[in-house]
Design a protein around this ligand. Structure first.
Ligand code: PGA
Length: 252
């Protein structure tokens, strides 16, 4: 089963409407459509209705960085997956390490949110990854296995194939330290093996696993060249039109 290749730019809490629009304009003019590549922008929630207009007449897709796991109700300040669907989001990040660390999101909450998203037919990009301390202690495989397993447990089997994962070693996020392509490859293979144990090899072959953590133009081609790496989740470098364009152009 062919896996989709995705290059997604996570803007985090950056950019104003004007700068977001200028960035998208530059991406549209500075890159070319590739039939087998999905380019996704993931702006802050408040900019999503604008992003929808910016990408009209292009093949760029857009998504959200977070949502709540209920569709409506007394959850002040939260965003419903149903609203994201109505706004045309194709993707939503879940369990980014900043959500897990700063906002205390547990594996259980990540599972609930993932469940809500698949019900709305929004593709969740579930982020998993270890801290530096966990890598140094050699507990990173266990950590990632638990994160992956808890997501599958939260879903009906019929929706498993709608998942996308992103391996994001926390020590590589925003630090300039990228996992080497071989380090990323090792974990991507481990994640696919874990999925295969839960869901079988055929399903594991169909689920895309992106790499994130200081992805940039200078390492994009080598990372994307690994058979186990199905795309990139880009933070800092997705805020600069030239860098993000060059990352997209690195895919062939
Ligand atoms: P970075 O962020 O590319 O700036 O390291 C990646 C992410 O947090 O998704």
């Amino acid at each position: 089963m062919a896996r989709r290749t995705i290059i997604a730019g996570n803007w985090k809490m950056n950019l104003l409407p004007e700068s977001g629009e200028a960035l998208v304009d530059s991406l549209i003019s500075g890159t070319e459509n590739k039939a087998d590549l999905e380019v996704v922008i993931i702006p802050p929630t408040a900019l999503i209705p604008l992003a929808r207009e910016w990408v009209v007449d292009s093949t760029i897709m857009y998504g959200a960085q977070n949502c709540w796991h209920e569709l409506s109700g007394a959850f002040t300040g939260e965003t419903s997956p149903e609203v994201l669907k109505a706004l045309g989001c194709s993707y939503c990040l879940v369990g980014h390490s900043e959500r897990r660390e700063i906002f205390g999101e547990s594996n259980e909450l990540v599972g609930l949110k993932t469940h809500a998203l698949v019900q709305m037919r929004i593709t969740p990009i579930v982020c998993v990854g270890e801290s530096l301390a966990e890598r140094e202690a050699g507990t990173h495989f266990d950590k990632i296995k638990t994160q992956v397993e808890s997501v599958f447990q939260a879903l009906d089997q019929t929706t498993w194939l709608r998942l996308v994962f992103a391996y994001e070693p926390v020590w590589a996020i925003g630090t300039g330290k990228t996992a080497t392509p071989d380090q990323a490859d090792e974990i991507h293979r481990f994640i696919r093996k874990t999925i295969s144990e839960i869901a079988g090899p055929a399903l594991a072959e169909g689920i895309s696993i992106l790499y994130g953590g200081s992805a940039k133009p200078s390492n994009a081609a080598e990372l994307l060249g690994k058979e186990s790496i199905d795309g990139l989740l880009v933070g800092g470098a997705s805020l600069k039109a030239e860098d993000f364009s060059n990352i997209i152009l690195a895919y062939n």
